[in-house]
Design a protein around this ligand. Sequence first.
Ligand code: VG1
Ligand code: CO
Length: 543
Amino acid sequence: MQVQQIQTQPFSGQKPGTSGLRKKVVEFQQPGYLENFVQAIFNSVDGSGQTLVIGGDGRYYNRQAIQIIIRMAVANGFARLLIGQGGILSTPAASCVIRKYQACGGIVLSASHNPGGPDEDFGIKFNAANGGPAPEKMTEAFYQQTQQLQHYLTVEAEAIDLDQQGSQQLGNTQVEIIDPVADYADLMQSLFDFAAMKSLLSDGSFRICFDAMHAVTGPYASEILQNRLGAPAGSVINAQPLEDFGGGHPDPNLVHAHELVQRMQGEDGLDFGAASDGDGDRNMVLGRDFYINPCDSLAILAANAQSVPAYQQGIAGIARSMPTSRAADRVAKALGVDCYETPTGWKFFGNLLDAGKITLCGEESFGTGSDHVREKDGLWAVLFWLNLLAVKRQPVADIVRGHWQQYGRDYFTRHDYEGLDAEAAQQMMTRLRDRLSTLSGQAVADLQIEAADDFAYRDPVDGSESQAQGIRIYFEDGSRIVYRLSGTGTEGATLRVYLDSYQNDPGLLEQDPQQALATLISAADQIAGIKSSTGREQPDVIT
Ligand code: VG1
Ligand code: CO
């Protein structure tokens, strides 16, 4: 099979963000655009004799992109390709498959929770041999390559039938279409007490709903919750992955998962509800009329880890992304284990997990995970909660309230300002950075600023450094504001403002977070001049 060298030109802006390269579909469809980025990966990761995993969240352009990548992987000398049937692999399942079959890495095609369709978003990310997102030095190497490439390598070949499981030879490469669900489902079964969960779910009195939002988790949730754990048919809704996610927004929050939210409400509300995002790595968990903040979820899972078979021996440590509330820190302290604070993005957890320094980790953005793979894992978090519920036989709300009574509550909210003028947003951040050293000691909205900095992280395992990861303002009463710009958007800039405050007065644990944080919210505007710099009166999304 003859390898062809096709001329290409460097494209500007192929710089991977928080989670890979994300652009509009039309950008990816430009001749050579996807090829340029894929060749940049293959120039940095030697494929000879190696296995590569390929799959995606099923969004528009997934299948076309996979055919291009197969031909290029063959031309670049990979020995074996493992591809999810139908082009499907959730992000955590890709991580699982990479690890299980000792692949040198995997290419996951996803723009996560961003909408899909011809006019919407597409994305590509590389996961390394440990199954985790490429660390910063690797993504930087990809970027350098994209700026210098003169040509890419490919072969001429018929399209592979992605819908048929089985193996075939293409040139010197063995191309295998695999069951995208089985390895992952087996892994889950090895971690959790499926017998206890089955008895909880199959007698019909404990009712659940999992909203797959027409994204990738449908087949996974149907197999695990319905087929293996005996939840009644219909427990998984919107289970069919669609190229445009049914026109919806596969973002598991109270706004976008409205169908699920409705089922949780009132006297007849379900006992447990959950939703996942486009590529299956995020989770939202709900009880009857009850929302669990992801920061609390991480803390509660950590506090109760020993009731789950996989974590029965205890946990080595916990990590959370910097903007995530400090609820997990309190649990770590009580357990006598370390707690690490990392920049936003799952890639920063990889070294800590590989080194055995942590067992559980999470982010405020509905991401929770453990050392079972190297990605955040939506369905894993759902199963963890179900395992706890099967053991405790208590309503979700009681478990969370009990946790607050014991540890106090970290009120948390995130305010997002989307689609801002990119330059204006940058300028606002720059002005704030320039004033950081003058802020401590100042009084704002009845609060006293204690310290302010721009978060810099030194990886405790390999010593690599990451600067400018978000501005942190600490107040004397222990509350905190964080400002950062998103690295996953495809239009303009998104400003994220994170606010959290600790409360341990047993009588003040049931407030609405927006009310409990009202003073801090107004301080956030006064300090950064959000309204005046962005021209926005309100955030677009509040979580
Ligand atoms: C967002 C979240 C971050 C998460 C990232 C990828 O990044 O804040 O916590 O790791 O998305 O998640 P940003 O830079 O937009 O704030 V996913 O589910 O899109 O892979
Ligand atoms: Co995601």
